[in-house]
Design a protein around this ligand. Structure first.
Ligand SMILES: [Zn+2]
Length: 266
């Protein structure tokens, strides 16, 4: 499933095409005909992301809400829709080239009124990539959880936008045992965790992929040049040597999902 950096990058790229522009909307597949008809011809104010949720605000007060889920894709597309396109957004103005974006396989694709953003985000924790992301709110929300920190980081009501890759990587970088009860982690360590999330997710948006490894650890000149085979410390590296101490990385379950750790470093 895409993590928060993917959705923020998507909002940024969609804004480049649609911000302050009149939008044509259609549902080539037919499953979103009424919603598309409601948006068709409106001016898009902007796209914004909160965790793994994507919103588009329109000038008549309508809001499009998308969650890609496990298999959803929202991508620039050619003239002819390919496959089951739930929603096609088109920018087509005299004097500029026509641009299509196609949404396929989303978990959520709905249109609502101005309250929709607040209704959805009321259930979400702070997002490290948003300007309104509040470090103290994150600390308070983690401290209320008795589950393992490895599980708490996947809880979107604690912190929005973290998925299975980042949670394993952050806990390795900070040397935290993923089984530690969330409410037993020191507040200062939680502030360090939030700052790491801000820095890492921003890097993820910039590179459009997750690269958690410090370039110095593998002798690379910068994060951008790190190959995909070397960009992570522990995620899906079971049996491979820890990049810091060479202990084999282990796989186990936390919060119902697979997790990876170095038992020496953490
Ligand atoms: Zn290690």
């Amino acid at each position: 499933m895409p993590e928060g950096h993917t959705i923020h990058r998507l909002a940024r790229d969609l804004n480049r095409t649609f911000r302050a522009k009149r939008v044509e909307a259609s549902s080539p597949q037919g499953r979103f005909e009424a919603g598309a008809a409601r948006l068709d011809g409106q001016r898009c104010c902007e796209f914004e992301a909160w965790g793994k949720h994507l919103f588009a605000l329109f000038d008549q007060g309508d809001v499009l809400h998308v969650h890609l889920g496990l298999i959803g894709k929202f991508r620039k597309a050619g003239e002819d829709p390919v496959g089951a396109v739930r929603l096609r957004l088109t920018h087509n103005e005299a004097g500029s080239k026509t641009t299509h974006w196609d949404l396929r396989g989303p978990m959520v694709c709905t249109v609502g009124g101005p309250d929709l953003v607040e209704d959805v985000t009321a259930k979400l924790g702070p997002d490290p990539l948003r300007k309104d992301g509040d470090i103290e709110e994150f600390v308070a929300r983690v401290r209320r959880k008795r589950v393992a920190i490895g599980a708490a980081l996947l809880d979107q009501s604690v912190i929005a936008g973290i998925g299975n890759v980042y949670r394993a990587e952050f806990l390795f970088i900070l040397g935290i045992d993923p089984r530690t009860p969330a409410n037993q982690i020191e507040e200062d360590d939680l502030r360090t965790l939030w700052k790491l999330a801000v820095e890492q997710l921003r890097r993820g948006v910039r590179l459009n992929r997750i690269v958690t490894v410090d370039p110095a650890d593998i002798g690379a000149p910068d994060a951008r040049s790190i190959p995909n085979t070397e960009r992570l410390y522990v995620y899906k590296r079971q049996g491979a040597p820890c990049r810091t101490c060479a202990t084999p990385i282990e796989e186990f379950d936390v919060g119902g999902r697979k997790m990876w750790e170095c038992t020496t470093c953490q």
